[in-house]
Design a binder for this molecule. Sequence first.
Ligand SMILES: [Zn+2]
Length: 113
Amino acid sequence: MPKKRKNRGRKLGDSGHEKIVQCAQCGRAVPADKAVKVTRWVTPVGGSLGKDLERQGTYISKRLETRYYCISCAVYLGIVRPRSEEERKLRIPINRPYTRRKGSKLPLKFLRV
Ligand SMILES: [Zn+2]
């Protein structure tokens, strides 16, 4: 049977079972190796108010927040997107899919301008 993806959409390999994580958007239980993991710095004061306060010299605490999303929510939120058959074969990290490094094999037509 033909396969859509070489890794079947997971990083499982032959390890058998992966721990279950919960999607931050919809609450679905997803295997950790299939879920999309997003880690970012979060501040309690956001937007223009936070920028204004930082400009005035106020220290605003930040914390690192890790969230897991199921594939449906990751696509809906624009973190990942469906790719063509040709594009799926390229090994591109999720967090920076459009950067072009020196010696990159990524064709120019896949870059967002
Ligand atoms: Zn979800």
